[in-house]
Design a protein around this ligand. Structure first.
Ligand code: H2B
Length: 100
């Protein structure tokens, strides 16, 4: 998929549809909270499979049942791109679609 930087207006529109996401330190950011460590790990594995499929990889960290995610596009000089939004949408879908 072709990657392109999102302009501020487009980014703001996208943020309206992504609950809990914000731009923090220039990155698309959210902390997900799960019911357990196992659920957090399961979600991370599913998200990682998708990330690898689209060849776009998150910056993220886990502490027990929380996963903090920062999405940015290194190849576009650390801009937020359509691929960051694509990955954020999939993360939401996986989060909502499971019993987290
Ligand atoms: N992930 C992220 N977050 N940003 C990138 O620019 C990026 C990536 N580039 N994953 C991809 C891999 C690139 O290095 C490969 C060669 O397609």
């Amino acid at each position: 998929m072709k990657k392109y930087k999102l302009e501020t207006a487009d980014l703001n529109a996208v943020l309206q549809e992504l609950p809990g996401w914000e731009v923090k330190a220039g990155k698309l950011h959210k902390t997900f909270k799960f019911g357990s460590f196992a659920q957090a790990m399961g979600w991370m594995v599913s998200a990682a499979v998708y990330a690898d499929k689209i060849d776009h990889h998150p910056e993220w960290s886990n502490v027990y049942n929380r996963v903090t995610v920062n999405l940015v596009t290194h190849d576009l000089d650390n801009a937020i791109s359509n691929l960051d939004v694509d990955l954020a949408r999939q993360m939401e879908k996986l989060f909502r679609g499971s019993n987290y």
